[in-house]
Design a protein around this ligand. Structure first.
Ligand code: 2HG
Ligand code: ZN
Length: 471
C-alpha cells in the first residue's frame, strides 16, 4: 500500500501522515488502495461521494483521539463516517478526482462496544459505531426498549444518528436522538477528549456541549461514546394500515389519533405512487382492492388491551372495509415492510432527488398540492413519491427521472418548502446536499451565530469542511 500513497503524495509530508496514522491504528486499518476505500467513498443513494486521501478506522476512543490529533498536526481535513446510511452527503468526501482527495475519511464503525445496561438508571453506554439494532437488542435483553427506530437499523450507527439528530418513526412518543442522549464522550478538533458520561439526568453546569453535538453533522467534534436513555418495554402492539382518499384525510386521521389514542406509537403516511413502487419492487401482495391515494400506517403499543383500543377508535374514524390490522409479531413485521422497504424500492427505480422536509401541520396539504401541480407542469415524466412521518409534519419528497446532477429541481422544492414556512431538513441533516440553501430556513444572524460556534471549536476548519455551511 505504501508505494501507492508515495506515488500520489510525493511531498513526503503526506506519507508521514499515513505512517503516523498506521502507528496509531495498525496498517490493516489505514486503507489507501482505491478498491478498499471505495465502499466508504460513495453514499447509500449513489448520488453523493468522492475520493478520500485514505480511510482510517480507529478501534478505541483513545485511538480516535490520536487520529484526530495527528490530522490536526498535519492540517488535514477529516470527513467522519458511521454506518454510511446518511442521505445528504454529510459522511462522504466531496466529489472530485483522485488528485482532489485531500481529506482523511475517519470511519467510526469499529467503536462498536455495547456496555452493560444500567437497569436502575435505564441507561446504556455504547460506542459511536454501534448499530441501532444492537442498541435495541441490548435494551430488550434488560427488559427495556430504546426510543428511536428507523428502517436502516441494521447499519445506521448511533454516533451518526446523534450527529444528524435522526428521528424515525417514534418521535411523536419519545422525541428524536437529542431526547435520548444523557451523555457523550467526544473528541474536539485538536484531538482533546471531553467526557460527560456520568448519566446524570439533571446536571446544569454550563453549556450543553453534548446537546450541541446533536445535528452538528461532525462539524464541531467527533462523538466516540454515548450514554443513552432507555424506555419501558411495551409488550402489546397493534399495527393498522388505513386507506385515505387524500392527504387532508390522512392528516385529519393522524390528528384525531394523537388526541384520542394514548397508546399511539407511530403514524406514517405513504402516497399511492410510493405504495405502488413497493408492490412492484417487493412483490408483496396488495392489501386493498385498489391502491388508495394515501395509506396511513398506525402503530399503538402499551400494556393493556391495545388491539381493542385501536380497533374501537379506527372503527369510529375510518372505513373498517379499508383498514388492514395486524397484532401478531409476524403480521406486524409484514405490515411495516410496506413502509420500511420504500427507500430501497425508490433506489431500485433510479437515483432519486431526495428531500427531507418538515412543514407546519396546516401547510402539509397546500404544500403537497403546490408540489404536484408545479412538478407535473415542469417535469411531467418525473415520478414523484411523497411519504413520511406525518405526525411530525415530516415529508420525504423523492423525485425519480430528472438527472441526478440537476439541482434546479431541489432548489425549487426547497423554496416551496420555505414559502410554506417549513424546514429544508427535518431529520436527515443539511450535509453537502443542502448547504447552499441553509439561508432558506435560517436567518443571516442565526447562521452567523452558528459559524461563530464552529470557528470557536474548530478554528482551522478541519472537521467535515463543506458540510452544513458549504465551502
Ligand atoms: C425514512 O423515513 C427515511 O424511511 C428515508 O428517513 C427517507 O428515503 C427517504 O427519503
Ligand atoms: Zn424518515
Amino acid at each position: 500500500m505504501l508505494p501507492l500513497a508515495a506515488e500520489r503524495w510525493a511531498d513526503g509530508r503526506s506519507d508521514l501522515l499515513q505512517d503516523e496514522l498506521t502507528a496509531v491504528v495498525g496498517s490493516s486499518h489505514v486503507l489507501v488502495d482505491p478498491a478498499l476505500r471505495a465502499q466508504y467513498e460513495v453514499d447509500w443513494t449513489g448520488r453523493w461521494g468522492g475520493p478520500a486521501r485514505l480511510v482510517v478506522r480507529p478501534g478505541t476512543p483513545t485511538e480516535a483521539a490520536a487520529v484526530i490529533r495527528t490530522c490536526a498536526r498535519h492540517g488535514t481535513p477529516i470527513v467522519v463516517q458511521g454506518g454510511n446510511t446518511g442521505l445528504v452527503g454529510g459522511g462522504v468526501p466531496p466529489a472530485g478526482g483522485e488528485a482532489d482527495a485531500t481529506a482523511v475519511l475517519l470511519s467510526l464503525r469499529r467503536l462498536d462496544r455495547v456496555g452493560e445496561v444500567d437497569a436502575a438508571a435505564a441507561q446504556v453506554t455504547v460506542g459511536a459505531g454501534v448499530t441501532l439494532d444492537r442498541v435495541h437488542a441490548a435494551a430488550a435483553g434488560a427488559g427495556l426498549a430504546f426510543g428511536v427506530d428507523l428502517a436502516a437499523r441494521a447499519s445506521a450507527t448511533v454516533g451518526g444518528m446523534v450527529a444528524t439528530n435522526a428521528g424515525g418513526i417514534h418521535v411523536l412518543r419519545y422525541g428524536p436522538m437529542r431526547s435520548q442522549l444523557v451523555g457523550a464522550e467526544l473528541v474536539l478538533a485538536d484531538g482533546t477528549l471531553v467526557s460527560r458520561m456520568g448519566g446524570l439526568v439533571k446536571d446544569n453546569c454550563g453549556y450543553d456541549l453534548v446537546g450541541l453535538m446533536c445535528g452538528s453533522e461532525g462539524t464541531l467534534g467527533i462523538l466516540t461514546q454515548l450514554r443513552l436513555r432507555l424506555v419501558p418495554q411495551l409488550p402489546e402492539r397493534a399495527v393498522a394500515l388505513c386507506a385515505c382518499d387524500d392527504l387532508g384525510g390522512a392528516v385529519e386521521l393522524s390528528t384525531e389519533l394523537f388526541r384520542r389514542l394514548p397508546s399511539l406509537h407511530a403514524v406514517e403516511a405513504v402516497d399511492r405512487s410510493g405504495f405502488q413502487l413497493v408492490l412492484e419492487h417487493t412483490g408483496l401482495p396488495d392489501l386493498f382492492s385498489e391502491t388508495p391515494p394515501w395509506t396511513l400506517f398506525v402503530e399503538a403499543s402499551g400494556h393493556g388491551d391495545v388491539v381493542d383500543e385501536v380497533g374501537g377508535i379506527l372503527g369510529r374514524l375510518a372505513d373498517p372495509e379499508r383498514v388492514a390490522v395486524g397484532t401478531e409479531p409476524r403480521q406486524l413485521a409484514t405490515l411495516w415492510s410496506y413502509r420500511e422497504r420504500l427507500t430501497e424500492a425508490i433506489s431500485a427505480a433510479g437515483v432519486p432527488h431526495k428531500l427531507d422536509v418538515s412543514l407546519p401541520a396546516a401547510q402539509l396539504v397546500p404544500f403537497d398540492r403546490a408540489l404536484r401541480a408545479g412538478l407535473s407542469q415542469a417535469c411531467p415524466a418525473a415520478r414523484l413519491v411523497v411519504f413520511g412521518h406525518i405526525a411530525d409534519g415530516n415529508l420525504h419528497v423523492n423525485v425519480i427521472g430528472p438527472a441526478p446532477v440537476d439541482d434546479e429541481l431541489d432548489a425549487w422544492i426547497l423554496r416551496l418548502v420555505a414559502a410554506h414556512h417549513g424546514s429544508i431538513s427535518a431529520e436527515h441533516g443539511i450535509g453537502r446536499a443542502k448547504a447552499r440553501w441553509l439561508g432558506l430556513t435560517r436567518s443571516a444572524a442565526d447562521i452567523r451565530a452558528m459559524v461563530s460556534i464552529k470557528a470557536a471549536l474548530d478554528p482551522a476548519g478541519l472537521l467535515n469542511p463543506g458540510v452544513l455551511f458549504g465551502t
